[in-house]
Write a new protein. Structure first.
Length: 47
């Protein structure tokens, strides 16, 4: 399966542990994004 990603290929079937780890990383990313949004709102409200 070639996605045109210049040699990088994502597997189609992940283990349960891999799925859990990916979801945890995604959750952490979303939490960081939410913190950034809250900070931006505070900055805008205070200026």
């Amino acid at each position: 399966m070639d996605c045109g990603c210049y040699g990088t290929q994502q597997r189609s079937f992940l283990t349960k542990e891999e799925k859990i780890e990916m979801l945890k990383e995604y959750k952490d990313s979303l939490e960081q994004e939410a913190k950034g949004v809250a900070e931006k709102i505070r900055n805008l409200e205070n200026n």
